[in-house]
Design a protein around this ligand. Structure first.
Ligand code: F6P
Length: 366
């Protein structure tokens, strides 16, 4: 085996607090510990296809560990295997994966470390399994929906933001005797809603894993009223839906490898609640990208740094086709193919849900 000299990295999918901490940790470990050069492709997989990259050295990654976003840019639209290109005035899908491979060879890279969620890691796996590229994955997403790792970096920061929003919504809820609804992100999993709802003392938490009945929500609000609590706080995950009903899709983005843009369930729940409780004012806040913005919490900075260091170690050990993962308090590696098999949803019999029910939280099912 030839000695490893150059590694390419990229950040793919939605931005996420902690990306810069990973970039910093990878670069520092590679340079300081192994004398390996790192280059970063710009704007996710687009940079790989278009050969748009920057040299990452100690100076370039200095002072970025606490910052939000990604110094490399990212995209959740560009898939080299299904790359949208303007051909004669029309957007058409073409396979640009060989162009990406030829860039990797031309730059004499020994392989790639790909930092991304399930979409990007699926593409990473295709490069490994179909194109023979040495790949190591790092699990990123505020949604915390990757199986094979206990937690993804960025999640705790998003929960902090949502929990803080709930604290603030409590003020108006209580002062004005209102029902305040907070819609949070999370795609098809309810992790952010569950954790933020628990932390922010929500009365009702609606998650995709537990379809809701309006009656259960109304009866909770009414019960609180009878007890003299003239306000209620509802957290609703963007993927939540009524029993027998569908998720609310804000938009379909055909050019994206994540074409379904969720959003709007908060408003739907507000209208449903208002139609039944006409005396109580109900308001909605959609937290949106605030959950992805800003610097990572100390927990996420440390987790992201540990992932970055471990990704380089894994690469240097030649364990390609794997993803670094947190299991308990230990960083380990898992098979990338296994890691992308299915997304991780909240188990409906989880201890956290049980604890929430014990303190009177309603999930809308009864
Ligand atoms: O996966 C992260 C996430 O923020 C989801 O929670 C959300 O559904 C999606 O990305 C939004 O993506 P975009 O910023 O492309 O609309």
């Amino acid at each position: 085996m030839r000695p490893i000299k150059h590694i390419g990295i990229l950040t793919g999918g939605g931005d996420c607090p902690g990306l810069n901490s990973v970039i910093r940790a990878i670069t520092k470990t590679a340079v300081l510990k192994y004398g390996v050069e790192v280059i970063g492709f710009m704007d996710g997989f687009r940079g790989l296809v278009e050969n748009n990259y920057v040299q990452l050295d100690l100076r370039r990654v200095s002072g970025i560990g606490h910052t939000g976003g990604t110094i490399l840019g990212t995209s959740n639209r560009d898939n080299p295997f299904n790359f949208m290109t303007m051909i004669q005035g029309e957007l058409q899908s073409t396979d640009q994966s060989d162009r990406a491979v030829s860039n990797i060879k031309h730059l004499d890279l020994d392989g790639l470390i790909i930092i991304g969620g399930d979409g990007s890691l699926n593409i990473a796996y295709k490069f490994f399994s179909e194109k023979g590229i040495n790949v190591v994955g790092v699990p990123k997403t505020i949604d915390n929906d990757l199986s094979a790792t206990d937690i993804t970096f960025g999640f705790i920061t998003a929960v902090n933001t949502a929990s803080d929003a709930l604290d603030k919504l409590h003020t108006t809820a209580e002062s004005h005797h209102r029902v305040m609804i907070l819609e949070v992100m999370g795609r098809y999993a309810g992790w952010i809603a569950l954790y933020a709802g628990m932390s922010g003392s929500a009365d009702v938490i609606l998650i995709p894993e537990i379809p809701y009945n309006l009656d259960a929500i109304i009866s909770k609000i009414a019960q609180r009223f009878r007890q003299g609590k003239k306000f209620s706080i509802i957290v609703v995950a963007e993927g939540a839906h009524p029993a027998g009903g569908d998720m609310v899709v804000q938009k379909l983005v055909a050019t994206s490898h994540d074409p379904v843009r969720l959003g709007g369930i908060g408003q739907q729940v507000a209208e449903e609640v208002s139609s039944r409780l006409t005396d109580i004012e109900t308001r909605v806040t959609v937290l949106g990208h605030l959950q992805r913005g800003g610097g990572p919490t100390p927990y996420d900075r440390i987790l992201a740094t540990r992932y970055g260091v471990a990704a380089v170690e894994t690469f240097m050990e030649g364990k390609y086709g794997s993803m670094v993962s947190l299991q308990g308090n230990k960083i380990t590696t898992v098979d990338l193919q296994e890691a992308i098999k299915e997304i991780r949803k909240v188990p409906v019999d989880s201890k956290l849900i049980e604890a929430a029910r014990s303190i009177g939280v309603t999930f809308g099912d009864y």
